[in-house]
Design a protein around this ligand. Structure first.
Ligand SMILES: Nc1nc2c(ncn2[C@@H]2O[C@H](COP(=O)(O)OP(=O)(O)OP(=O)(O)O)[C@@H](O)[C@H]2O)c(=O)[nH]1
Ligand SMILES: [Mg+2]
Length: 297
């Protein structure tokens, strides 16, 4: 075996809203995962590949761990986390310095049978005092002593991320690359397009609405000048449809315009986007539908 090249899976896990997707995007240097201020933004495992001269890191962003899964969708989200724990070469546990809901004992239990090295990253340190961050990290060092490193970071401000990379490379096993050099992610373009629409829905609607929708790309016609995309916003209840559409279609138009602009930046070309709303009651428990959206049920 080639004993000079290193490659492996570095999986980010943590509670909802701690900044996993922000960290993933910062480490990969691309806007792969959608980010919002709301919990449970990410629903899938999303990989991002970074290459060095003699190493390859396959980062995974994962959904926030849901404590009380209410739907099959939540169970599937937790399953992504479980798989990510098992195939990790390095585990990054991300904690939120501004909102400490994480318990070392819970992680210790989850990681009981996992032999991969763990780094504890305390995120959002830009928003708390250095003293407070140090106190939190000291507690983790005491309660979770088996981690191989403890770091104060800010994923949002890109602060203190530099020491993490050499540490990760150090921990990676010798292994040939998993992906060729051009590969950035395991997900197809359609996935990111659907995610962009979901991001706008998370940002534009209140309460239950964002959690009640899934986005299906119905048609994607690529051409050199413009991509033509037809997407369906699938929602849980008939009463949600008029809310999603808004008065005279105003809300849906807003979603469409904002999503199109983000898509154009992502694809670096023009986009023609059509959006429709469809009701599919109880889709969050519909195994067939969930499977079609890539959830393992
Ligand atoms: N102040 C501060 N805010 C941050 C930092 N990192 C992330 N955030 C904010 O925290 C919120 C959640 O960020 P995400 O990256 O979506 O968090 P996540 O862990 O992926 O959330 P889920 O996918 O819902 O589990 C957003 O509003 C981010 O801007 C940070 O380093 N500092
Ligand atoms: Mg996320």
């Amino acid at each position: 075996m080639n004993q000079t090249y290193k490659a492996g899976f570095v999986n980010i896990i943590g509670k909802p809203n701690v900044g996993k997707s922000t960290l993933m995007n910062a480490l990969v240097g691309e806007q792969l995962s959608i980010i919002t201020y709301k919990a449970q933004t990410t629903r899938h495992r999303i990989m991002g590949v970074v290459n060095g001269t003699d190493w390859q890191i396959v980062y995974s962003d994962t959904p926030g761990m849901v404590d009380n899964p209410g739907y099959k969708m939540h169970e599937a989200m937790n399953r992504f986390v479980q798989t990510a724990l098992h195939d990790a070469d390095v585990v990054l546990i991300l904690l939120d310095a501004t909102n400490q809901q994480e318990k070392a004992s819970e992680y210790a239990k989850r990681l009981q049978k996992i032999s991969a090295p763990v780094l504890i990253l305390l995120n959002k340190c830009d928003a708390v005092s250095e003293d407070k961050a140090n106190v939190i990290l000291a507690e983790w060092q005491k309660d979770f002593p088996t981690a191989v490193g403890y770091y104060r970071i800010s994923a949002l401000k890109n602060q203190n991320l530099e020491p993490i990379l050499p540490k990760i490379i150090d921990l990676l096993p010798f292994h040939p690359p998993y992906y060729d050099e051009e590969t950035l992610t395991d997900r197809p373009v359609r996935f990111f397009i659907a995610e962009i629409i979901r991001e706008k829905i998370l940002l534009l609607y209140a309460d239950e609405i964002p959690y009640s929708v899934e986005v299906v790309i119905d048609e994607y016609k690529e051409s050199p000048e413009i991509d033509r995309i037809r997407a369906i916003i699938v929602t849980n209840r008939p009463s949600q449809k008029p809310i999603l559409i808004g008065k005279n279609g105003a809300m849906l138009k807003k979603v469409g315009t904002q999503a199109r602009l983000t898509m154009e930046a992502f694809l670096e070309k023009k986009v023609f986007l059509e959006l429709f709303v469809k009701v599919k009651e109880n889709w969050r428990n519909d195994e067939q539908f969930l499977q079609s959206k890539g959830y393992e049920v």
